[in-house]
Ligand binder design. Structure first.
Ligand SMILES: Nc1ncnc2c1ncn2[C@@H]1O[C@H](COP(=O)(O)OP(=O)(O)OP(=O)(O)O)[C@@H](O)[C@H]1O
Ligand SMILES: [Mg+2]
Length: 375
């Protein structure tokens, strides 16, 4: 048997990481736990796969006597979705069916019914569909949440919070939520989301109900040295040798984005046996391209010629000053307005985002794939 195959793949991506799969981030952890201890509401900004959810999870689990009520708002479309997500989170946190039943009694307007699957014993629930579509239903649900949270030290996490702004009557819903949350002073709320620009709109725009309602924490690229050592140790756990230089090559391919680094390492692991050489990083990148190439291909097919040219130019030259004459000439784009419009669309499609004066790729793999195709 090959030495490296003694244990499973020590890398994980695309999910919340915990335990040995999680690399500690002491500075951010300390800041976040300090805010929570002080009962402060916090908004966590950061791009995709930077480790926002894993950080919150690690912090709350590391805080003695605290528990987390985690509400995933991803793709909520209606007020009813928001209500159901919150009630589901309460069900997930309250281990006993009797406690959950008690919580449901706090929602008289929503006429909840509790359902227990006789085969699995799993507890479900239903809410009155019409009542749950009334924006004011959110108030009742948040009041219930506050009562449940007050029973112990509880952090309430609203993840992918930007999607709340997608519901019809979003302004009313957000104003009602803000109104309720601001009177729940001692319960720390953590708001996070993976579309930085939309989260900034919600928390830093004076027209938004949530304007300045929470302290800000930014989760960016992970500490380079700490994460490089972490990745090295993960290889060594499986008896696989890797040099510092090879880890550097991995980190630079993914620009220190932890999710992409773990994805690339997972592929590196798959193409190696006992030791990892620099050329294995390239072989692993090919594996990632094989898995994701069709997706990248279809992304490109759906772009207009200007959008595609702009994307390619950003891949080649970086995303600074895209309206300058030099950039436009290199990109072969006629005028600044066309470049600006194309950039807006690429941001909407989440292929790129704007941060610290430049457009950046949301996925370093997409960037590398474009460059490799040699268009
Ligand atoms: N502290 C960490 N240690 C090790 N790996 C990490 C860490 N944080 C993130 N990752 C890697 O990034 C991936 C995504 O992490 P997570 O889901 O926490 O990020 P996120 O910022 O919440 O992403 P999204 O915006 O897509 O929800 C994980 O599956 C893991 O591969
Ligand atoms: Mg997340």
């Amino acid at each position: 048997m090959k030495a490296g195959n003694k244990c499973g793949n020590p890398f994980r991506y695309g999910c919340v990481v915990e335990g040995g799969f999680y690399c500690p981030r002491p500075r951010l952890e300390k800041q976040l736990s300090g805010f929570i201890e002080a009962g402060q509401n916090v908004v966590i900004h950061g791009e995709r796969r930077m480790g926002k959810t894993s950080l919150i999870n690690a912090v709350v689990h590391g805080m003695r006597g605290w528990r987390m009520l985690y509400v995933d708002m991803l793709h909520v479309m209606t007020v009813g979705d928001i209500c159901r997500r919150i009630v589901s989170a309460v069900r997930n946190m309250e281990g006993k069916a009797s406690l959950f039943e008690k919580a449901l009694r706090l929602l008289p307007r929503l006429r909840p019914v509790m359902k227990v699957d006789p085969a699995t014993g799993e507890v479900g629930f239903g809410l009155d569909a019409r009542a749950a579509e009334d924006p004011y239903a959110v108030e009742e649900v948040l009041d219930m949440l506050a009562k449940v949270a007050a029973k112990g030290r509880t952090v309430i996490v609203f993840d992918e919070f930007q999607d709340v702004a997608n519901v019809a009557e979003a302004q009313t819903v957000l104003a009602l939520m803000r109104g309720r949350i601001q009177f729940q002073g001692d319960i720390p709320y953590v708001f996070t989301g993976s579309v930085r620009s939309r989260m900034i709109d919600l928390f830093d725009n004076p027209d938004s109900a949530f304007y300045k309602s929470a302290l800000t924490l930014c989760v960016g690229e992970i500490d380079h040295d700490a994460f490089s050592s972490f990745l090295r140790r993960r290889f060594e756990i499986g008896n696989r040798r890797i040099s510092e230089e090879t880890v550097e090559a991995i980190m630079s391919t993914v620009a220190d984005v932890p999710g992409d680094a773990q994805q690339l390492c997972e592929a590196v692991w798959g193409v190696t046996t006992e030791s990892v050489e620099p050329e294995d990083v390239d072989a692993a990148l090919q594996v990632v391209f094989m898995r994701e190439g069709d997706k990248f291909e279809s992304f490109c097919e759906r772009l207009s010629p200007v959008q595609f040219k702009l994307l390619l130019a950003i891949a080649r030259n970086g995303g600074r000053e895209i309206q300058s004459r030099r950039f436009l000439d290199e990109a072969d784009i006629g005028n600044a307005a066309a470049a600006r419009k194309a950039a807006m669309r690429l941001c909407e499609l989440r292929h790129i985002y704007f941060f610290r004066g430049e457009y950046r790729f949301a996925s370093m793999f997409f960037r590398a794939w474009l460059l490799r195709r040699g268009y």
